[in-house]
Design a protein around this ligand. Structure first.
Ligand code: ADP
Ligand code: MG
Length: 288
């Protein structure tokens, strides 16, 4: 169990990010604050466009700037504010201590290089201590449940299924021994059965390696049994956050209530987000 009194692994405070274009400025993330203990799991939930990915990408300073601009805030990781860190020092964190897994494994992997080559590259960047990269890479492929790691090592991304590609992405994150794994909609592009397997795998590696996981999802159905804490985002703002069990049992904000009500239940797959009363939410969110 993580010690709740310990310094947080990650502390995001008052983070605001805007996108500037010639015509207008869009505030994508607006005054967001949350923190994560080492080894904990946090789910950030909200519908498409609510600012989840922008928040996630900002942790590793992965947003293209311009057009992105940090308006305010701090992203303190292990006591260091990553937003003010010079670029060379930041490389130690991005991809190393903070690893990412994205929605589309096929676009995250490079189609012209073998899995083994890409794993080796990741280790060359972040694991100078490793003498035997091939051995460590094969071990990582085994750890993510790939039965024939030798064959996978020689494969090119297009030769693998979506689920296998996502396992390779997780292996690539694992070899770097991150303290935080940011998984942005990691199962959205996958079949339902494969989704469950990948979430199970993330849960397993979290307990085995003690890394923290930040899971980004639009689907409240994935949160239960996975995350300790939940942050609910709506139009760039956090509308509610708290421990998963109490938040699911008694959601306070109408948007959270609506999202939870929209989780499809067995035999009831037609319920959609369209039932959300946006006019009512607007009146609740706009200070009068
Ligand atoms: N590259 C970009 N250029 C301009 N605006 C962007 C860009 N990326 C994101 N945004 C804006 O930020 C908002 C939040 O996007 P995002 O974080 O990707 O949402 P999601 O919650 O679906 O992950 C979007 O609605 C969009 O207006
Ligand atoms: Mg997104």
């Amino acid at each position: 169990m993580p010690d709740p009194n310990a310094t947080p692994l990650l502390e995001v405070s008052d983070l605001s990010i805007e996108f500037e274009s010639a015509e207008r400025t869009v505030v994508a993330v607006d005054g967001v604050s949350f923190s994560m203990a080492a080894g904990s799991t946090l789910a950030v939930v909200g519908e498409s466009g609510s600012g989840k990915s922008v928040t996630a990408l900002s942790l590793g300073r992965l947003l293209p700037s311009p057009p992105a601009r940090i308006r305010s805030g701090r992203v303190v990781f292990e006591g260091i504010d990553l937003l003010t860190l010079p670029e060379p020092a930041l490389r130690h964190y991005r991809g190393g201590k903070i690893a990412y897994v994205f929605q589309e494994p096929s676009t995250s992997l490079n189609p012209v290089f073998s899995v083994g080559f890409q794993l080796s590259e990741a280790m060359a960047l972040h694991r100078h201590d490793l003498a035997d990269r091939r051995g460590a890479g094969l071990a990582a492929l085994t750890e993510v449940g790939i039965r024939d790691p030798e064959r996978c090592w020689r494969s090119y991304p297009h030769e693998l299924s979506g689920g296998m590609q996502q396992r390779v992405m997780i292996a690539m994150a694992l070899v770097c021994r991150p303290r935080l794994l940011v998984a942005d909609e990691p199962t959205t592009a996958l079949d339902v059965t494969i989704q469950a397997q990948i979430l199970g795998l993330l849960r397993e590696i979290r307990s085995r390696f003690g890394m923290a996981i930040l899971l980004i999802t639009h689907n409240f159905g994935l949160v239960k049994g996975f995350a300790d804490h939940v942050v609910v985002m709506f139009r760039g703002k956090i509308v509610e956050q708290g421990p998963t069990d109490s938040l699911l049992a008694s959601p306070r904000h109408p948007y959270t209530q609506a999202l939870i009500a929209c989780v499809p239940r067995l035999g009831d797959s037609k319920k959609r987000l369209a039932t959300i009363d946006y006019a009512r939410l607007d009146s609740l969110l706009t200070p009068s």
